[in-house]
Write a protein that binds this ligand. Sequence first.
Ligand code: SF4
Length: 319
Amino acid sequence: MGFSYSVIPILKKSRALHRAEFGCLKKAFALNVTLGCGFACVYCYARGYAISPPKGIVYLYQNLPELIQKESRLLPRGTPILFNTASECFQLHPDILDVTYRTMAILLHRGFNIGFLTKGVVPEGFKRLFSRHVNQLQATIDVVSLNEDYCRLFEPAAPSGLARIEGAMRLCKWGLKPRARIDPLIPFYSDTEESFKPLLKAIKECGIKEVILNYLQLRPRIIERLQKELPSLVSKLILSCFPKESWDTVGSKTLSRLIPLPMRKRGYENIKKQAEKLGLKVIVCRCKNPDLDFTDACLPRWFKLEKPKKIYQPRLFEN
Ligand code: SF4
């Protein structure tokens, strides 16, 4: 199979598990299987990080399973561990999937709870592992539109929206209860009735019961990329929805620019109304919409950290 990106195996030298740094996920542990992501979504904030490789290059942490073997011994069973805070563990390359599988298998067998948000498709090879640990898994499928033009423009190398829905249907058959995340909603492209109506119908029909919504937020590097990778008229139209010049701190230390509240509110309400007609529960992401009054936390059902603990190195001789 050909790939539009090169996967370069590297050894991760630093810790694999780190505290999640965003909003209500703070204090969970998080990990990434790769540095960089071949899906190359134009709005991806992680592509703007100083350490991110250029488009088309993905570094794979090939020693991740060994690191996880060691580091997970120092955490209590049941600790929530989140995949994909800055990359994607279900990129299609077999070496990436192999590291993902081995890492998840260690964590699940040791009794950890795993959450992942993916724009990928979980392959059939994960069926046995996932079916045995359904109660420890929270899958969230990020799918913004079924429209192929949208996918080509904004998520050029990711599986199509339809493929992700089919993947979610398979997870439901395995006994998981995946959720859908429609994020980022892009004004004029994915917040229109023509876009969200068929998407919500497909989400409902595949067996998903809960949908999380969030609109696009800008960061300086995202603006640059929209201007560089989208046709000029498209990027101008999108950027015109962010009239405010100043930056806000939203959910993390990073500065962001939000779509004006009335426009976001109207968009969420339209989608919510349609989703609720279909019997879907809707959550508008609280961390990314701190100025809205009908938001909620979208944490996995098992996500609670009664006593957040530090990863510590045990001493050779304890007193
Ligand atoms: S799938 Fe996620 S990590 Fe990968 S490019 Fe898209 S937004 Fe970024």
